[in-house]
Design a protein. Structure first.
Length: 407
């Protein structure tokens, strides 16, 4: 059964890149819609080949020049992370006809290997873009909707939805197949997705030996989502070395399963040495790993705040990423413990955002944001308290309560 196509915010960015570069590398997690997007936009003009099949992969490894002669440009090469060395021969092809743009469209689901190869082989020849699961605005067929703090005119369409519908959406997450097909059993889909992810992506990376232990690591990480991450505690709970946990975390980042959030400091150097927080890229993945299947239980249980924060962060990161922008999102925390969930760097300014589980916003919820605005008077913009209700109102000068549906 075909999955209905959902328009992506990345489409104009991708078209522009194809018109300007000989090669475009589209990365992102498995099942985020990379192949569907490329076929939708370029399928009539481009050949298509996938390196997923072992025999096709073997031919690319054993005789890459012949492989590229058979599958000559313009061509979409899918799952190129299986043969990253192919990029050196792609470079050779491009250099033979350097003035021609849009020759190779490549996809992959492992950022680590591809980023290294693109830097080495396709510097100046290729653009690298990322496609994550669907943002809420894409799912609602408003892919170009701006963010609240941007000067662009916002859509007047009301998007508030009921409590159960909103939390059911969090449980399902943003992968295109689950959004486009409401009849699919989300729990079963995520179970299959994690198993496929472990066997096809994780198994190929040398840092991971025991897949069962790695799956336990995923669940432990889910339980600590949105908290300051103590790697020593995680290592002790799993009975493995801290360096192993660091390596596993890098695998999750490289395969786009998590977002590592660091604290904001005016001194950029300090950001890299302080304790980070980890969020799952897709809120549905988090809910599955936490064992949640019921909207009321998800909202009222101990994971409620983490789920809400994950949904907000995911929406911001997806929206910016799908514009071809590298999101600059942090959290802010003082030595006294005052904290703001997210601080977004936008055009040299800072947008502070607090996330609350209560659908009844109150002025006291703005206190941490006001502290950021006092400490960064020159750069702080008006802030937002994002909540799951449907009330939009000012909480104090420079702070607005914003429904998640309006983010």
């Amino acid at each position: 059964m075909n999955v209905p196509y959902i328009r992506r915010s990345l489409e104009p960015v991708l078209k522009k890149a194809v018109a300007e570069f000989p090669a475009v590398v589209l990365t992102g997690p498995r099942q985020s819609g990379k192949t569907t997007l490329l076929k939708r936009l370029f399928g009539r003009r481009y050949r298509y080949v996938s390196l997923e099949a072992p025999d096709v992969r073997a031919s690319a490894v054993e005789d890459p020049r012949t492989f590229l002669d058979v599958h000559s440009p313009p061509v979409i090469v899918d799952e190129v992370q299986h043969v990253p060395t192919l990029l050196s021969y792609v470079k050779e092809k491009i250099d033979a006809d350097r003035g021609k743009h849009g020759q190779f469209l490549l996809t992959g689901s492992q950022n680590l290997l591809l980023a290294e190869q693109v830097t080495e082989s396709l510097a100046g020849r290729g653009a690298m873009l990322r496609l994550l699961p669907l943002s809420r605005r894409e799912a609602e067929e408003r892919p170009q909707l701006s963010l609240p703090w941007e000067a662009k005119r916002r859509s007047s369409r009301k998007t508030a939805c009921g409590f159960v519908e909103g939390w059911q959406g969090f449980l399902r997450g943003g992968y295109p197949e689950l959004v486009a097909r409401p009849d699919r059993d989300a729990h079963r889909w995520h179970a299959s997705y994690i198993q496929t992810y472990l066997e096809r992506d994780v198994r190929t990376l040398r840092q991971v030996g025991d897949l069962t232990q790695y799956q336990n690591f995923l669940r432990v990480l889910a339980a600590r989502s949105a908290q300051l991450l103590n790697l020593t505690d995680v290592a002790r709970d799993l009975g493995v070395a801290v360096n192993t946990i660091k390596a596993w975390l890098s695998v999750l980042e490289a395969t786009y399963q998590v977002i590592v959030l660091r604290p904001y400091f005016a001194n950029v150097g300090k950001r890299l040495v302080k304790t980070a927080k980890v969020y799952f890229t897709d809120v549905g993945t988090l809910c599955y790993l936490a064992g949640l299947r019921d909207p009321e239980h998800a909202a009222a249980g101990p994971m409620g705040v983490a789920i809400m924060e994950t949904a907000v962060l995911s929406e911001i990161v997806k929206t910016l990423t799908h514009r071809g922008v590298d999101p600059r999102v942090y959290f802010w925390r003082t030595s006294a413990g005052t904290e703001v969930d997210f601080v977004i760097e936008a055009g040299g300014k800072l947008v502070p955002i607090e996330v609350k589980l209560s659908a009844t916003p109150r002025p006291v919820m703005a206190s941490s944001i006001r502290r950021v605005q006092e400490d960064f008077r020159e750069t702080a913009l008006p802030g937002y308290v994002v909540h799951p209700g449907d009330v939009c109102l000012p909480l104090s000068p420079g702070v607005t309560a914003l429904p998640f549906a309006d983010l």
